[in-house]
Design a protein around this ligand. Structure first.
Ligand code: ADP
Ligand code: MG
Length: 673
């Protein structure tokens, strides 16, 4: 079924190597080289109608032809052409392979980008055809624009694809007929022809829709099947155990607070998974401050009380340490020693810890991803919890696969994900939403401001600092540069720490610093040694500085809602009233939304509606293979249909045996997600 690309006329070693650079080895690969866009040569305009920067076709008679030789390889042919509305210039650069011949008085069509300057309108290197009798009508159609690589031109690719469609036309279908019919999708062979050489822009759109649908549908199906299969895996662990239940009750009643309704609900969900002998793969999504850590501790306590080891992984050392401190405190009444594994351990400590992990003596282990190095051997691992690592990667999965029984996995994140996207991004996981904040937490007050308020906010910062509070100031860039007229962390730091904040302890944090430098600045801020921290967005998620009560963001128009929400979550972590001041020359819609909404889930839905620039809730960290044609930002309607179709197919799986088999083959490396 797979026809090598060299089967095509004119594709020899060199061309094949060029195509290989685009990932094209077979004719099928060539078909799936989706056009980036199209040249629509069907729009023919008169010379007087041409506007600068438009790409269109004009038809005109040649009035004069002048050839200039620029050097011995290149010459330029300058044409003057006219129609009944005016005249214009056409320049064609010719390589050493000779020049195109033009007849004065002949009628030609030119497709290209219109240039308008003081000499009038012109085109440079347009596509050209002669419009005499028997001329080529295919010129006036939609032409695909492909990604290129050195040595390939659009014309070569177009010819190669056209040749392939002729001698090895697409022969098979990749979607079930029932799905094509129900969702009104084009057949694959028709869609491929239309995708590469569409008869109209509608035809192109319909084909694109089919391939987007296919991509989202198969990915969704694969994730749902993965979840299905994992659920069938019976070599998971059941942590159901009477003694563990007692400890959990004891722990909950000893907490200095009552669990929120949301925490109770999510804990029930986790607990049920853990009782079951199928392995858990659950994602807990809860805004910053919603109290996810205590859920992790409950799960660890349950695993440990049932005689297993539990690990808790954080993305950075500071966060690991922070978790170590709070978890140790919470577990100390239960005589459970908590072990911390970071780069700060000396060789002896490290050896001792590793051997305790291997022997099973260390039951409750916290650290960074150092915990999944191959050098770390687990005696009896039962549970892995990760914080802000949205999906278990290859290494993590390999580590789990090594265990005698498949450990349960609990993933925690503060990044809310719009419901429609969660379907596909995390289709292989069960999802718990933690929607309530602990009682008594004061909502952060947010202000969208223009620079007329800057001075006043600076004075306010001085007062806050005078009262012993701390402040974050966040910038889109590290240093000022001419291309971007933006405020930067370094420049503001230099300006303000020598100006209005000269008596305040200021610090600077950005991505060009080494991780040791960053950690040390962050620690100084945490310890109160720094009062105002000027930073880029590297300020970590999840770092707890309850004394920081104000987050200032300059050039706030440069950030997406997701990022603003995450930045804002770095204050308001204690009982103090906290604030967020967003500055911009011109207050934007997004800033106003931030002013009105503190609920991350609602913001993530708004983000989907706005589809603005910048980052996007949940999409950055999803860890799925890249999409070739679908765009999660824009194709949400197709995504919803595709998800529905995937569920329908699985619900009637007995009718789709061959197709499901095909999907399994299509994603052989699916465990690498
Ligand atoms: P996050 O979800 O951001 O990880 P944490 O688990 O760090 O949140 O919790 C934030 C703070 O709220 C901690 O100081 C924690 O002790 C406290 N907390 C957690 N649950 C509750 C609750 N039900 N009532 C009051 N405070 C709580
Ligand atoms: Mg946390």
């Amino acid at each position: 079924m797979s026809v090598p690309i060299t089967f095509l006329k004119g594709v020899k070693t060199i061309r094949a190597a060029q195509l290989a650079k685009l990932g094209v080895y077979t004719v099928e690969d060539l078909y799936e080289l989706y056009p980036k866009s199209y040249e629509d040569r069907s729009i023919v305009l008169k010379i007087c109608q041409l506007e600068a920067e438009q790409s269109v076709t004009v038809r005109g008679y040649v009035k004069s032809v002048n050839v200039h030789r620029l050097n011995n390889k290149v010459s330029v042919t300058n044409l003057r052409i006219y129609d009944e509305t005016g005249n214009m210039r056409i320049s064609v650069f010719n390589g050493k392979y000779g020049q195109m011949q033009f007849n004065v008085g002949g009628l030609y069509a030119f497709y290209g980008k219109v240039i308008r300057d003081s000499y009038g309108v012109s085109m440079t290197n347009p596509a050209i055809t002669e419009c005499s009798d028997g001329s080529d009508n295919s010129f006036f159609t939609m032409q695909p624009v492909y990604p290129l690589t050195k040595g390939l031109t659009q014309n070569i690719l177009r010819k190669t694809v056209a040749e392939a469609l002729k001698v090895a036309p697409p022969s098979y279908e990749t979607l079930p007929k029932a799905v094509l019919d129900k969702y009104g999708l084009l057949r694959r062979d028709v869609a491929l022809k239309n995708l590469h050489f569409p008869a109209s822009s509608e035809a192109a759109k319909e084909s694109i829709r089919r391939f987007k649908f296919e991509e989202l549908f198969t990915m969704q199906l694969m994730l749902l099947m993965l979840k299905d299969e994992e659920e069938k895996v019976q070599n998971g662990i059941s942590f159901k155990n009477a003694e563990a239940e007692n400890k959990i009750s004891e722990f909950i009643s000893a907490l200095p607070f009552e669990l929120t309704e949301g925490q109770k609900k999510v804990w029930r969900e986790i607990s049920e998974n853990m009782d079951d002998c199928r392995a858990m793969n659950r994602l807990v999504i809860g805004d910053v401050g919603s109290g996810k850590t205590v859920l992790a501790v409950l799960a660890m306590l349950k695993a440990v009380s049932a005689g297993y080891q539990a690990v808790f992984m954080a993305p950075t050392e500071i966060l690991a340490e922070q978790h170590y401190n709070s978890v140790s405190k919470m577990l100390s009444p239960f005589n459970i020693k908590v072990w911390l594994v970071t780069g700060a351990l000396n060789a002896k400590e490290k050896r001792e810890t590793l051997s305790a992990i291997e022997s099973g003596e260390a039951k409750c282990i916290i650290g960074t991803h150092a915990l999944i190095q191959p050098t770390v051997k687990y005696g009896r691992l039962g549970l892995a919890v990760t914080d802000e690592q949205h999906r278990f990667g290859v290494r993590q999965r390999a580590m789990l696969a090594e265990q005698a029984n498949t450990p349960d996995v609990l993933v925690m994140t503060a990044t809310p994900i719009p419901r429609t996207l969660a379907l596909i991004l995390y289709g292989d996981m069960d999802i718990s939403a933690l929607k309530t904040l602990p009682r008594g937490r004061l909502p952060i007050k947010t202000y969208a401001l223009d620079y007329s308020m800057y001075k006043r906010i600076c004075n306010w910062i001085l007062r806050l600092v005078g009262e012993g509070r701390q402040v974050y100031m966040v910038y889109p860039i590290i240093e000022e540069n001419e291309e971007l007229p933006l405020h930067s962390a370094s420049d503001r730091y230099n300006e303000l720490s020598n100006g209005i904040f000269k008596d305040v302890r200021c610090g600077l944090l950005h991505g060009k610093m080494t991780s040791a430098q960053k950690e040390s600045v962050m620690r100084d801020f945490k310890d109160g040694k720094i009062q105002i921290l000027f930073a880029t967005t590297v300020v970590e998620v999840g770092v707890d500085v309850p004394n920081a009560v104000l987050m200032v963001v300059e050039n706030a128009e440069r950030f997406g809602l997701a990022q603003l929400h995450q930045l804002r979550g770095r204050v308001g972590r204690g009982n103090l009233q906290s604030y967020c001041a967003l500055f911009s020359e011109k207050i934007t819609e997004r800033m106003k939304i931030m002013e009105e909404t503190t609920d991350g889930f609602e913001l993530s839905e708004q983000d989907l509606v706005l589809r603005g620039p910048g980052d996007f809730f949940g999409v950055e960290q999803h860890g799925l293979p890249p999409f070739k044609i679908a765009n999660l930002y824009r194709d949400t309607e197709i995504l919803q249909l595709a998800s529905r179709a995937a569920k329908e197919v699985l619900a009637n799986r007995e009718h789709f045996g061959d197709f499901l088999q095909y999907i399994r083959k299509k994603y052989p490396q699916r465990v690498q997600l």
